[in-house]
Design a protein around this ligand. Structure first.
Ligand SMILES: C[S@@+](CC[C@H](N)C(=O)[O-])C[C@H]1O[C@@H](n2cnc3c(N)ncnc32)[C@H](O)[C@@H]1O
Length: 202
């Protein structure tokens, strides 16, 4: 098994279970994206705090993660909240999402550059991507962190060049340890002819 996943399984096994887990503040601030029946993909969902928040908002959520221990916690939280969340145990080194399936693809605290093109294509026209993870500023808190897992300033925007940027913060100005980027896939104009009937007033 991927040694990262062995490590994550051990971490999740060690944490004491709490039913309540706070979703990421960026997701809460953009809660309007979590409309009823929206199809949402939570990439590297871990113990499911963000996936469950989206399900509470009425979304149809798929959470994917390679750690079965993380997913067990997510499943227990979903069950206790009486929410349906589809949890997929898969390695994101090889698993790829289906194209044009999701209204929202979200990634929190996980960096996989090779996955990024397929995340763009997994979004439906008009759908949105939220990507938020640690950047180089994090080395000031954790000097032994592998820098390959940290974003460079300005790195996210060119990775998602087919999307229209909505908002971003790459931590360069404020020393924030997180960078984030939100963008929307352009929706082509609907060219279906519209037939209207005009009834003249009598
Ligand atoms: C920092 S946690 C973030 C969890 C969640 N997104 C959150 O913000 O609470 C990183 C997650 O990435 C998952 N992960 C790491 N490598 C992975 C891989 N190759 N495939 C799938 N998941 C992976 C870990 O199991 C872990 O749950």
């Amino acid at each position: 098994m991927n040694p990262d996943i062995v490590r994550w399984n051990a971490k999740y096994r060690a944490v004491s279970y709490t039913a309540v887990a706070q979703p990421d503040e960026l997701l809460v601030a953009h809660q309007a994206l979590l409309f009823r029946n929206a199809r949402v993909l939570d990439v590297a969902c871990g113990a499911g705090a963000n996936a469950i928040f989206a399900a509470q908002c009425g979304c149809r959520v798929v959470g994917v993660d390679a750690s079965l221990e993380g997913l067990r916690i997510a499943a227990r939280r979903a069950r206790e909240a009486d929410l349906a969340v589809f949890l997929l145990n898969a390695d994101l080194e090889s698993w790829r999402p289906p194209p044009e399936r999701f209204d929202l693809v979200m990634v929190f605290r996980y960096l996989n550059r090779a996955l990024m093109p397929s995340l763009q294509s997994a979004i439906r026209p008009g759908g949105v991507l939220i990507y938020k993870t640690f950047n180089r500023n994090f080395l000031q808190q954790k000097a032994d962190m592998n820098p390959d897992y940290l974003l460079q300033p300005g790195e996210l925007a060119p990775c998602f060049a087919t999307l229209d940027e909505i908002a971003t913060n790459d931590g360069a100005a404020n020393q924030d340890v997180f960078s984030w980027w939100i963008g929307r896939k352009p929706a082509p104009l609907d060219r279906t002819p519209t037939l209207l009937r005009f009834t003249p007033p009598k």
